[in-house]
Design a protein around this ligand. Structure first.
Ligand code: AMP
Length: 511
């Protein structure tokens, strides 16, 4: 395990704790017919239901249908779900419900001790959870706040002093507040560890253990993770009491709604191809993934020169810049958000129509995370990958992981615009990918493990076959199919879309 400053550090009591194998996780009975369908089926306070209705939610997502009744019963759960499945509401709503009897309109800070703590690995995710939580709590007297690094601590201290019932935090900044004694966690009843797999990835484990040491032993603990590696399972076994395992379709379940295309392009045509795709439907707004910070900056400048509103998002950007960019993107003022993987992790952008892999990711699992940025909450999405002959091996790794073969398509460029490769591009090609962006607290962690080491950490959970939701209607079955980009040879003559998507990630093909 690496610490945030990149040094290897071990925490003996923690690892001793992790070795206590209490393999008592149980899976709730798999009787989906008994699951609630609508929010009105749940025993939720009218003020919470009103907020849910304000958000426009009607039906529960699968993780909500499975987790909320268990959480209302006060159980600890391990949830296999990633951002985009509706998990924030899955844990927030039952926690709010259970705190309602304690909700106070008093201005006294003493009446608003922290009773629920939600920990997230990145600033962006913490901010996103907070935004949703605030919306769900808006008709109740319960107070919510969010603290993360890269921001002035003083306004956070002032808010904490006024009293906060539910606190969202990144681990490092929370520890700063604990050390400054600006927050007291002795009355916490609910703890959520969100994206626990990412927390381990970034090396927060020792920080987590310290934080959990400030909490009362008697509490409800919820752990959400996209993957359940042995490390995560051990963490869960150590900190959760008799947890129930709640699983919905695999994290790439959103891929049922995501059409994946791979365009075979010449290295020198990548930029012109991207510009053409961005100028045409169906990509009015996209996240464009690149493998390096330098590449993100350079591509952004090139797109702007081509008249496309673009902005870069990577680990070298300050927190304020990243939030401003994200807000501008969400308002539709930016067409292309050019991002590295770490900066884009956990982002939830409603109705994002597509993502483009301008660079094929070196790590196949990053592909799954990237395409999961689109097609969220039941919407349809398009994931385009621009592959050159140099990407054959990385593409083969992705195909192996998602258990499907890509049918490569070609793009006929409208303009013979082959931008000359500039000096820094040539230099860039020789540079390795961005090792890691900064951690949530603004420190640069250790470089990524070499490829061989990373692959040895491959999580067999990803090998499980993906099971498509039999009720999900693929968007291309709808009456008005998504148009192909002009100049882009459509897949339709040779590809039967239904087959293509049903076979996605190893699912069964319909007859
Ligand atoms: P999350 O997984 O919590 O990041 O949520 C992903 C997106 O789904 C967010 O934009 C939520 O507002 C939205 N969402 C959550 N639950 C529902 C629901 N039951 N119906 C529709 N949208 C939802």
């Amino acid at each position: 395990m690496r610490s945030r400053n990149g040094r290897t550090r071990r925490n003996p009591p923690l690892f001793a704790a992790l070795n206590i194998a209490r393999m008592n996780t149980t899976t709730p009975p798999n009787d989906d017919t008994a699951l609630p369908e609508r929010f009105s089926d749940l025993a939720l306070d009218a003020r919470i239901l009103r907020a849910v209705s304000d958000m426009g939610y009607e039906k529960l997502t699968p993780i909500q249908a499975k987790a909320i009744p268990l959480l209302l019963d006060g159980r600890d759960i391990m949830g296999a779900a990633q951002t985009g499945t509706g998990k924030t509401a899955a844990f927030s709503l039952p926690i709010l419900q259970q705190l309602m009897p304690l909700a106070s309109t008093s201005v006294s800070p003493a009446r608003h001790p922290v009773r629920a703590l939600m920990l997230a690995p990145t600033r962006e995710l913490a901010d996103q959870v907070y935004t949703n939580l605030k919306a769900y709590a808006k008709h109740t007297p319960l107070r919510c706040a969010c603290v993360f690094g890269g921001m002035d601590m003083n306004p956070q201290k002032a808010e904490l002093r006024t009293g906060v019932d539910l606190l969202v935090a990144t681990p490092g900044r929370l520890l700063d507040h604990l050390e400054a004694k600006t927050v007291n966690l002795s009355q916490v009843q609910f703890v959520v560890l969100d994206e626990a797999d990412r927390m381990l990835d970034i090396g927060f484990l020792p920080d987590l253990q310290r934080i959990l040491g400030y909490l009362p032993k008697q509490r409800t603990t919820l752990l959400f993770s996209a993957t359940f590696s042995p490390e995560i399972k051990r963490l869960a076994q150590s900190y959760l009491q008799n947890p129930l395992l709640v699983e919905v379709a695999r994290p790439n379940a959103t891929a049922t709604n995501v059409e994946q295309r791979v365009y075979q392009v010449d290295e020198d045509d990548k930029r012109a191809t991207l510009v053409q795709l961005l100028r045409d439907n169906p990509l009015p707004q996209v996240i464009v993934f690149v493998n390096s910070r330098l590449g993100a900056g350079r591509l952004t400048r090139a797109l702007e020169r081509d008249g496309i509103k673009a902005s870069a998002m990577h680990g070298d950007k300050s927190q304020a810049e990243r939030l401003t960019t994200l807000e501008a993107f969400k308002r539709g003022e930016i067409q292309a958000l050019v991002a590295t993987d770490v900066a884009a992790r956990g982002l939830d952008i409603a109705e994002l129509p597509g993502v483009v892999n301008y660079d094929v990711p070196f790590n196949a699992e990053d592909y799954v995370h990237r395409i999961g940025r689109t097609g969220r909450a039941g919407a349809s999405g398009l994931a385009i990958t621009l592959a050159t002959t140099r990407d054959a091996r990385a593409l083969a790794d992705i195909e192996k992981l998602i258990k499907r073969q890509f049918e490569k398509q070609t793009v006929s460029l409208e303009r013979a615009s082959r931008p000359r490769r500039d000096a820094d591009e040539t230099r860039e090609r020789r540079m390795p990918r961005e090792p890691r962006a900064m951690t949530a607290e603004g420190q640069t962690p250790a470089p990524a493990a070499p490829r061989a080491a990373r692959s040895s950490r491959h999580d067999p959970w990803f090998d499980k076959p993906y099971e498509a939701d039999p009720n999900a209607q693929p968007p291309w079955d709808a009456t008005s199919p998504m148009p192909a980009a002009s100049g882009v040879r459509s897949a339709s003559p040779s590809i039967r879309p239904r087959r293509k998507i049903a076979a996605l990630l190893g699912g069964h093909e319909p007859k």
